[in-house]
Design a protein around this ligand. Structure first.
Ligand code: SAM
Length: 238
């Protein structure tokens, strides 16, 4: 049985893979949006990864704005819009400035997934990075056709990853996914590439990133507390 709103948490190692790829292209003051943020797995991991980027003088290199949105109002996110709705991007622009990057693990159902991506591609000034099933690239003809979308929005970079069981049972939803990256600036800054990157051994992930997790947990607690304090945080729309 599928979960409410198709909520499945993105494992840290998958976010680490996209961060390592995008790091050179993300400006230090970028506005980044996860418009399907769920419980902020991607947002937290990006924040912690950025917190570990220092310049040679030991100063933090990144001060990006990383924002979260989810249609599910039970999730602790900055906004609660339907990610297909252009008003989400208008609201972000009004409050924090135009979105540069959208980095997401969207629900995989059709045509919802394509519609969320379509809205993101129209608004992100620099790029969109999304986890997708490999089959998303099939130009399906009949039900929910994607051929036109795929033709009009050529993918710049693909990073195929090891298979992952998103429901953690190892049974259902064990699918091969990949990061697809679109260069929405059309400046050609971003090199075209196709990569395959396996899941790193657990030992490496745990030791290399243990400290980052501490930062993520603190950030989540602080953010949750500030939401609870502000009972009038009613910036909601579907
Ligand atoms: C696969 S989960 C990913 C959650 C999170 N980004 C992560 O990495 O753990 C997809 C999320 O999209 C949200 N969602 C589903 N439909 C949506 C929509 N139309 N607009 C915004 N969020 C949506 C769900 O509530 C769910 O939390």
């Amino acid at each position: 049985m599928r979960k409410k709103f198709d909520f499945y948490e993105t494992p840290h190692w998958q976010t680490d893979i996209i961060w390592d790829q995008l790091k050179p292209f993300i400006r230090k003051d970028a506005v980044i949006l996860d418009c399907c943020a769920g419980e902020n797995a991607i947002v937290n991991r990006l924040l912690t990864a950025m917190a570990y980027e220092f310049d040679p003088t030991g100063k933090l290199q990144y001060y990006p704005t990383i924002l979260s949105n989810d249609i599910d109002k039970e999730k602790v996110t900055d906004l609660h819009y339907d990610a297909r709705d252009h008003q989400l991007y208008d609201r972000v622009a009004e409050l924090w400035g135009p979105v540069d990057w959208v980095i997401i693990n969207p629900p995989f159902q059709s045509p919802l997934c394509m519609e969320i991506l379509d809205t993101a591609l129209r608004h992100a000034r620099v790029g969109v990075a999304s986890i997708l099933r490999l089959s998303f690239r099939e130009p399906t003809q009949h039900r929910h056709p994607r051929a036109e979308f795929l033709e009009c929005n050529p993918i710049t970079q693909l990073i195929t990853m090891s298979r992952h069981s998103y429901d953690k049972t190892g049974k259902t939803d064990s699918v091969t996914t990949e990061w697809a990256v679109w260069d929405t600036s059309w400046m050609g800054d971003f090199p075209q590439s196709i990569l395959s990157i396996p899941k790193p051994p657990d030992k490496i992930t745990k030791t290399r990133y243990n400290k980052r997790n501490v930062y993520a947990k603190t950030w989540t607690r602080t953010r949750k507390a500030s939401f609870e304090l502000d009972a009038n945080h009613a910036d909601t729309k579907q």
